[in-house]
Design a protein around this ligand. Sequence first.
Ligand SMILES: [Zn+2]
Ligand SMILES: [Zn+2]
Length: 136
Amino acid sequence: MQHSPKGLAKCVMCGASEDQPGTFPMVVGVGRVCLSDGMQKVRCEACGTEVKLLTSSKLQGRTLCLSDYMKEIEKFRQHVVRSFDEDSEPALSILQRAYKDAPEGYTLLAVRRGRNSTHVWEAEYEKTELFEMRCS
Ligand SMILES: [Zn+2]
Ligand SMILES: [Zn+2]
């Protein structure tokens, strides 16, 4: 790994260095790419559509278009757990926040003490559609 001037990313495809921090977009599973490499077409390995590298993602070695990437991710993310630290905020506010700040599309199932911890709380969420399926 070469060191670049601080904060400046290098394109993982061609090695070009950006002029200003944050210019090169991040491609999930690939890394930062320059704009010309980002415009290159890649083929989605799930549906075969050609998409710009910029709008693709790499998951477990497969290049995927955005919608297939989302589909893949969904499979893994039927449950989401978030942790909150009682050292940095009172339990009451954690309980309220766990409920109010539920990730979009998820329903809060439970808030409980983290395992082996006296100050960490874990909020468990389930995908709302699964939740509703079970409850109706
Ligand atoms: Zn490049
Ligand atoms: Zn696709």
